[in-house]
Design a protein around this ligand. Structure first.
Ligand SMILES: [Zn+2]
Length: 239
């Protein structure tokens, strides 16, 4: 543990943390800068799917939207640690004791095309830090076995169909009776996480919980359908 702390300090000299909300330099273990900290309010938005449930600390709005978009679209992978921190806080509050039985942290895999153009999978980076903060191993349990259309160009109904059978289980692992926490960046219709959970459960997992940094679902969820804010439809969730 001491070596880890030492390495952390050494790394922070070369790679200082940045506030994901205003990009000023901060110490790597802080959530954000002092100014932005005054404006942060965690909401713990919960959504239940057929095969899993999801919690997000924030809505896809304002400073939270800017932060995740910067990480995702403006080459800021270094924000991952700071963005993972409130996810861990939400997960601890909402899942509570269930967390003690989580065996693996997994993440939504991205397309090869997206990985190539962006250079990183933001869901993996978030998962890496969530796993580290929770002290649970992070594994590539899910594989993208089919390249699908970009989700954000599709309607809600088509999104659901678009993710069917695109994820496969990584057979290097045995997850019989194991519990998995799946990480993604943005929760939209829930179809991506629901499909990931289905694959894990069919591969033997006993329970799947999920967390994303933000959720795009508005407060009023009407008769099993979602209201998704319009400005959201443009450019997110390529998984
Ligand atoms: Zn700031």
């Amino acid at each position: 543990m001491r070596i880890k702390v030492l390495l952390d300090r050494l790394t922070s000299c070369f790679y200082p943390g940045r506030c994901p909300y205003c990009n000023t330099i901060i110490t790597p273990n802080s959530l954000c800068c002092e100014e932005c900290a005054k404006n942060i309010t965690q909401e713990d938005i919960i959504n239940k799917e057929i095969y899993c449930s999801n919690v997000s600390p924030f809505r896809l709005d304002g400073m939270y939207k800017n932060a995740i978009y910067s990480m995702k679209f403006s080459n800021r992978p270094g924000y991952a640690k700071q963005l993972a921190m409130p996810m861990v806080a939400s997960v601890k509050r909402i899942y509570g004791e269930q967390l003690e039985n989580i065996d693996y942290v997994a993440y939504v895999p991205t397309t090869k095309k997206s990985l190539h153009s962006r250079g990183y999978n933001q869901a993996y980076l978030l998962a890496k830090y969530v796993a580290m903060l929770l002290d649970i191993p992070c594994k590539d349990l899910l594989l993208k076995i089919k390249e699908n259309d970009t989700q954000h160009l599709l309607t809600r109904k088509k999104r659901k169909h678009n993710v069917e059978n695109v994820f496969g289980f990584n057979n290097r692992y045995n997850i019989k009776d194991k519990n998995v926490l799946v990480i993604d960046d943005i929760y939209t219709t829930g179809s991506t996480l629901n499909e990931c959970a289905r694959v894990l459960l069919e591969s033997g997992a006993s329970k799947v919980l999920c967390t994303t940094y933000v959720t795009a679902v508005a407060k009023n969820r009407i008769e099993n359908d979602f209201y998704i804010s319009e400005d959201f439809s443009q450019d997110i969730n390529e998984n």
